[in-house]
Write a protein that binds this ligand. Structure first.
Ligand code: ZN
Length: 92
């Protein structure tokens, strides 16, 4: 009986690790497997130690988030097509 509870707790913790991994743009399923077969505590510590992964899809696609509505808009757009707010192009 304790074994069953232990496995359930392990799975629950592994799901937690997967959720944290997803929030930090890491591969959720890979981290779930690591936590399940390794140790959930180890997985959490590793995740927290790693820097937040920058989503590679958001890099250099010529777009950025609108400061008002947070939709992805063209970097050099002068007006946001979603909410109509004036947009200051970021030429950096
Ligand atoms: Zn907008």
């Amino acid at each position: 009986m304790f074994l069953v509870i232990g496995i359930l707790v392990l799975i629950a913790l592994s799901v937690g690790v997967a959720v944290i991994a997803h929030q930090r743009n890491r591969h959720a399923f890979a981290w779930f497997v690591i936590a399940l077969f390794g140790s959930p505590l180890m997985g959490i510590l590793f995740l927290l130690a790693l820097p937040i992964n920058v989503d590679p899809l958001n890099l250099n696609d010529g777009r950025e988030n609108c400061q008002r509505c947070n939709e992805r808009i063209r970097k050099y757009a002068k007006v946001c097509p979603f909410c109509g707010v004036e947009h200051t192009p970021n030429y950096s």
